[in-house]
Design a protein around this ligand. Sequence first.
Ligand SMILES: *Cc1c(COP(=O)(O)O)cnc(C)c1O
Length: 361
Amino acid sequence: MKRVYNFSAGPAVLPEEVLKEAADEMLDYKGTGMSVMEMSHRSKAFQEIIDTAEQDLRDLMNIPDNYKVLFLQGGASQQFAAVPMNLMKNGVADYIVTGQWAKKAYQEAQKYGKAVKVASSEDETFSYIPDCSNLEIDEDADYVYICENNTIYGTKFKTLPNTKGKPLVSDVSSCFLSEPIDVTKYGVIYGGVQKNIGPAGVVIVIIREDLIPETPAVENTPTMLLYKTHADANSLYNTPPAYGIYICGKVFKWIKKMGGLEAMKIHNEKKAAILYDFLDQSKLFKGTVRKEDRSLMNVPFVTGDKDLDAKFVAEAKAAGFENLKGHRSVGGMRASIYNAMPIEGVEALVAFMKKFEEENA
Ligand SMILES: *Cc1c(COP(=O)(O)O)cnc(C)c1O
């Protein structure tokens, strides 16, 4: 069996331990004589899986009781519509546009009300996070929206925006569980799990209960897009993405065993530092974003020469470093170093980059 170092931005690397456990339980989950994939979502065995997953997530993130945890489908992209459809009571929301994902969310919200771009970093190809300490927040804005970690560009909000009392909605798809956060600072936290937590097909929404509307902001919102539908049914209104939730649950256990989010943060900072320190002294490779806004999860870099970038990606692949090609919209390279990427993977990559630099100087 061969395992590569997988630097994919998503779907992405998962802890080997989790995959092995899932393999062991594939044919007979805990004496049920069936796989979790074959199991009724109304069964006792599955109820225990989803309840345990929720509790472990609550423990890890220290989620207060007045927040609901929803396990949904439709990807993070579906939330671009669900958020305004549920929350835009006054028909106004403020968006901070720091990358493609935030921009897509902003554009989607325009379909349902007045979405206002209150800050953007598009002027410099999203290579930084704008100062959000004193933005002009609309008086009747229903929420302020951010994409907390910009997967494509490799920037991250190190301080949350001053929302002037409005609820903060944050897409955390690519930094979910990468470090501790204070849930009480948010109205809604959501993310697709395929970046840092589990397989594609699950999106987790953590929402303050008072923000779940009895009647949606937008008339005729589909039942499946109403937060209330899923909150009232504890994510079992219809068939949930059962197998995905099961794997997420295993990853939550794995993170707990590793020491929780404090330990994850230390582990992630260590890995990122190895790569950024190398980039900062390299004569061939350079990082593409403002230093103080650098992501711990997604590290884009370039040589400045397209052909050399392509040569690097090809040689890296041949050496067992997969998915280092940058996003199609920006080019260059990107190493995504999520929770499950071992430190050895980053060390090996940097050693390979050094060698490449020597050979191509
Ligand atoms: C990947 C990603 C998305 C899109 O997720 P889907 O589940 O494919 O819809 C949205 N936001 C961020 C920050 C992402 O990284």
